[in-house]
Ligand binder design. Structure first.
Ligand code: PEP
Length: 238
């Protein structure tokens, strides 16, 4: 069985004072009791370095929420994977549906995943269908095509996050059967060594069922990762 990964995506939430949150998490779920899983927090860029400083000794990993394809250059407002690594990040989310909605294509996600490899950090490559695509029975094809376009063939160290777009931040959760079917589909494409996370309104109340589903190797959590009691409860369910 693959080691589970519980990843929090804070999106554009938080402030510098939030970097004490890992201490709160550690108080609720001690590092010694969670040696069987990886816990990751992805704060907004300006807090990555301080989050790493506050988290590493508690065995909590730090990640970025996106990166640019290039190492450096005239790209105002962008952050490179190397900069994230330099600030202590060991993971970076690429292709989140909110980034895809802002224009990121599969090809963009592909080069960002390559950038993560170049910088020595692990990309979490997000895929997922829209509600219309699910309702038309196209979900498997859509996700298969996203994986084909987004995951570089040479990549061996990466994580896939399956996040049905309609379940993100909406309170709607895919059924366990739908999660199971999609994760089997992704497993068939990605193979046995790649962790496949589920994301989309994971909460303390549904985490145990989702995390015990076959081929679910963890969760990518938005809203519930802002509250350390909820985040710890989800991690305990893993
Ligand atoms: C996400 O943004 O990746 C996510 C899964 O959000 P939420 O848990 O709030 O649905």
């Amino acid at each position: 069985m693959l080691r589970k990964l519980i990843a929090g995506n804070w999106k554009m939430h938080g402030e510098q004072a939030w970097t004490i949150k890992p201490a709160g998490f550690d108080g609720m779920f001690k590092a010694a009791d969670r040696s069987h899983l990886d816990v990751l927090i992805c704060p907004p860029f300006p807090y990555v370095r301080e989050m790493f400083a506050a988290s590493a000794s508690r065995n909590i990993l730090t990640g970025g929420q996106d990166c640019h394809a290039l190492e450096k250059g005239a790209h105002t407002g962008e952050v490179s994977a190397e900069m994230l690594a330099d600030c202590g990040a060991s993971y970076v989310i690429v292709g989140h549906s909110e980034r895809r909605a802002a224009g990121d294509t599969d090809a963009d996600v592909h080069v960002k995943a390559m950038a993560a490899k170049r910088a020595g950090i692990t990309p979490i490559i997000c895929v997922g269908e829209s509600l219309a695509q699910r309702e038309s029975g196209d979900a498997n094809n859509i996700v298969g095509a996203q994986l084909a376009g987004s995951v570089p063939e040479c990549l061996t160290d990466y994580v896939i996050a399956y996040e049905p777009v309609w379940a993100i931040g909406t309170g709607k959760v895919a059924s366990v059967d739908d999660i199971k079917d999609m994760h089997v589909h992704i497993r068939g494409i990605a193979g046995d060594t790649i962790r496949i996370l589920y994301g989309g309104s994971v909460k303390p109340g549904n985490a145990a069922e989702i995390l015990s589903t076959e081929n679910v190797d963890g969760a990518l959590i938005g809203g519930a990762s802002l509250n350390m009691a909820d985040f710890a409860a989800i991690a305990k369910a893993a």
